[in-house]
Design a protein around this ligand. Structure first.
Ligand code: ZN
Length: 235
């Protein structure tokens, strides 16, 4: 009789439901903040985006316009597209996702507010998505983390490890080391109290990278790679 009773307790519907949710939704209970760099109307609002804010012990402009490919595909639009693709995947896996901006036709928010959004959400992980405006002869991606922040570094390693095979994109040939960089001048990282990284997914000024970034199918592969990296970090 006893084993049967024990079995009935184990199959209690609520416990079975909790188990099923955990198996089907690997990010259930996790909060991820996605920060698509810049914004589509920053270029036409210089006074707002040049306003100085606290970037972590020093003053820096609220934001910049971002870069673009040579045929005019803007970084702000690209960042936002990849962020939406990533958000869809993470929500499908059960995560709570917060975006620092919800359109690409506005101004800001400033870098300090982008960090504050992640802090207020008590994010388990936060990622800023950018594409670089580097020298046209260089290509590749790099992930930037905070100095003296082991969780930021661990997130950077997990994102790097998943992003490279998902996209085939090489480590940056013109900056950082082995696809990684540490920077102290980025307010969005400095002001974050949650594990956060910034990825420069490619170099928009390089013809080969630009061709890839302009492909929706490629951007979907990038989003999958980022999602896999975040899942690795959060599991
Ligand atoms: Zn950028």
């Amino acid at each position: 009789m006893r084993p049967v009773r024990a079995l009935r307790v184990y199959l209690d519907p609520m416990h079975a439901l909790v188990l099923a949710v955990a198996l089907v939704l690997p990010l259930h209970g996790k909060t991820v903040v996605i920060d698509p760099g810049h914004n589509g109307a920053n270029w036409s609002h210089p006074a707002e985006i040049n306003r100085l804010v606290d970037a972590g012990g020093f003053r820096k402009a609220c934001d910049t316009t971002g870069t673009s490919t040579s045929d005019g595909y803007t970084e702000a639009g690209y960042n936002f597209d990849v962020a939406l693709r990533l958000a869809r995947i993470l929500r499908h896996d059960g995560a709570t996702v917060v975006l620092t901006r919800t359109s690409n036709d506005g101004v800001g928010p400033c870098i300090d507010e982008r960090a504050a959004i992640g802090n207020r959400a008590h994010a388990d992980a936060a990622i800023s998505i950018h594409a670089d405006g580097g020298p046209s002869g260089g290509r590749g991606f790099h992930v930037i983390y905070k100095p003296n922040a082991p969780e930021s570094r661990r997130l950077a390693l997990d994102v790097r490890q998943a992003f490279a095979p998902a996209t085939g994109e090489p480590y940056s040939t013109y900056t950082g080391h082995d696809g990684l960089d540490v920077r102290t001048d980025l307010g969005g990282l400095n002001r974050s109290t949650v594990p956060k990284v910034l990825i420069e997914t490619a170099n928009m000024r390089n013809a080969e990278d630009a061709r890839l970034l302009e492909s929706p199918a490629y951007r979907q592969r990038e989003a999958s790679g980022l999602a896999r990296g975040l899942e690795r970090f959060l599991s």
